[in-house]
Design a protein around this ligand. Structure first.
Ligand code: GRF
Length: 191
């Protein structure tokens, strides 16, 4: 069984969607949900979904190997970032080279980089008068949102759309495509 760990910092709707997608999967399962935020709603989602969860501090992740050791102890093969707001430290990047995926709620390279997350992204898209937005799924390397892009798909942005309207359209794409792309990428690495 290929085991996945999901990192999330907030609500965790993508994490829940991924867990549900792999619930009945024959060879991939979500084994662990990790967060840097003890108040993150993703912890409640993990509890209801019966997925073990771990809270760690930014300091614990960035100093020493405790988070990396936890991943290895749980035989984690893939790390999925789903609304995780911290930069992944080099030790985890090195141990999981081309095995960490992130989803960004815009069409990178536009509207990416440090500080561009959540509603800030959609507000910037609307403020710029863009006619489309979308999602980007990419490998994670040592630089924010700069890893090899694996998948992108777009949605229309109407002049009357608010940032919340764009967020809803982007979330719909995330829920439809992120689990499928994870499934396909893992299968492709097995061949
Ligand atoms: C999503 O929009 C995702 O693209 C971005 O952070 C948001 C997380 O939302 N990385 P949720 O916590 O999965 O509801």
């Amino acid at each position: 069984m290929t085991k996945i760990a999901i990192f999330a910092s907030g609500s965790g709707s993508n994490a829940e969607n991924i867990v549900r997608y792999f619930k009945a999967h024959s060879s991939v399962s979500v084994a662990l949900i990790l967060t840097n935020n003890a108040d993150a709603y993703v912890l409640e989602r993990a509890r209801k979904l019966h997925i073990p969860s771990v809270v760690f501090s930014k300091k614990e992740m960035n100093e020493g190997d405790s988070v990396l050791k936890l991943l290895k102890e749980n035989n984690i093969a893939w790390v999925i970032l789903a609304g995780f707001l911290l930069k992944i430290p080099d030790n985890i990047i090195a141990a999981y080279s081309d095995r960490i995926l992130n989803i960004h709620p815009a069409l990178l390279p536009k509207y990416g980089g440090k500080g561009m997350y959540g509603s800030r992204v959609h507000e910037a898209v609307v403020a710029s008068g863009e006619e489309e937005s979308g999602i980007t799924i990419h490998y994670v390397n040592a630089h924010y949102d700069k890893g090899q892009i694996l998948f992108q798909t777009a949605c229309r942005v109407l002049p009357t759309d608010s940032a919340d309207d764009v967020a809803s359209k982007v979330h719909a794409l995330e829920y439809e495509y992120f689990p499928k792309v994870i499934d396909e990428v893992i299968a492709s690495k097995k061949r």
